[in-house]
Design a protein around this ligand. Structure first.
Ligand SMILES: CC(C)(COP(=O)(O)OP(=O)(O)OC[C@H]1O[C@@H](n2cnc3c(N)ncnc32)[C@H](O)[C@@H]1OP(=O)(O)O)[C@@H](O)C(=O)NCCC(=O)NCCSC(=O)c1cc(O)c2ccccc2c1O
Length: 266
């Protein structure tokens, strides 16, 4: 693998556990194109390293795990590679493709694309400060594929639609009840709890776990295709005034008026 100097993430490997930390606390750990490239690189590094048995994905600081796409790097399309200017299909795919469990360790907000990262991870362990939610229809975006269809597999159709259409926020205990997270502990015990889960995983047969992971994935593999196709629709949507209203109103800290632009269409 080619080397990469990380600017937006931290990478650590210790005692069989690789930890990838999104390190943009001043942006609530929102990701720009560069961030996504670095996370993909780190997953490839850890994913095929036989010394690594489990990968922990987390965010720096205590305010947010990740709040999704960086709204300051977003006017219509994002600032990086791929159909929408963020290689999200590649990131979601690598989290599923690495043949070892991925644990999302969450303090604070897991919003938008941050919630999607938790949804796709094999496990989510949350501190009591965690809050989960989707915001796409509030900010002029949507995640076609894993963020929607796979979320429905995780929390059920009704709850997934509620999350997307209403854009509410859910506290850690509510997320536990709906099956979005595996365990909730006080924030100051979160690191120790995740360490315990990692130690339990590391005692098990890595090959058996790899086969189990592939088997779970195969049942929803068609959703990769939905994501690939949907990104093209999303890219066209990003060029509309209706979508742009979401990003602009967020930056201007006001309520969006989507219907004004929607009603103008033929
Ligand atoms: C995260 C919040 C719920 C926090 O609300 P709160 O009221 O506590 O605080 P503020 O709103 O005042 O925010 C504090 C501070 O942080 C900045 N900030 C927050 N989130 C972002 C962000 N994503 N990008 C940039 N900056 C952010 C905010 O501007 C404030 O800065 P100040 O300088 O004013 O202090 C709330 O902030 C919130 O709801 N944020 C919106 C998050 C958002 O819009 N995310 C992007 C959604 S789209 C997306 O994530 C996405 C992800 C995918 O994976 C996709 C995959 C495929 C297709 C599409 C995808 C996609 O669109």
């Amino acid at each position: 693998m080619t080397d990469m100097t990380y600017e937006d993430i931290l990478f650590d490997k210790k005692d069989g556990v690789a930890t990838i930390t999104i390190n943009r606390p001043d942006k609530m750990n929102a990701f720009r194109g560069q961030t996504v490239e670095e996370i993909i690189h780190a997953f490839n590094l850890a994913g095929w390293d036989k010394e690594v048995g489990v990968i922990v994905l987390t965010g720096a600081g205590d305010r947010a795990f990740c709040t999704g796409g960086d709204q300051s790097a977003h006017e219509g399309q994002y600032d990086g590679r791929g159909t929408i200017g963020l290689p999200m299909e590649d990131l979601h795919s690598i989290i599923r493709d690495v043949p070892k469990p991925v644990i999302a360790k969450v303090r604070g907000y897991a919003i938008g694309g941050g919630n999607v990262l938790c949804t796709i991870s094999d496990f989510t362990i949350a501190g009591e400060s965690a809050q989960f939610g989707q915001v796409g229809p509030k900010v002029g975006s949507v995640d076609p594929g894993y963020g929607t269809a796979f979320l429905a597999r995780v929390v059920g159709e009704k709850k997934a639609r509620e999350m997307w259409y209403l854009c509410r926020r859910y506290k850690a205990r509510e997320a536990l009840e709906m099956g979005l997270v595996n365990a909730v502990v006080p924030d100051d015990q979160l690191d120790a709890e995740v360490d315990r889960w990692c130690a339990e995983i590391l005692e098990k047969s890595p090959t058996a776990i790899a086969i189990a992971k592939r088997s779970f994935n195969m049942d929803t593999e068609h959703q990769r295709g939905i994501a690939g196709m949907g990104m093209y629709a999303l890219s066209l949507y990003y060029d509309t005034d209706e979508s742009k209203e979401g990003g602009i109103s967020f930056k201007e800290k006001r309520k969006p008026d989507f219907r004004k632009h929607y009603m103008r269409k033929g």
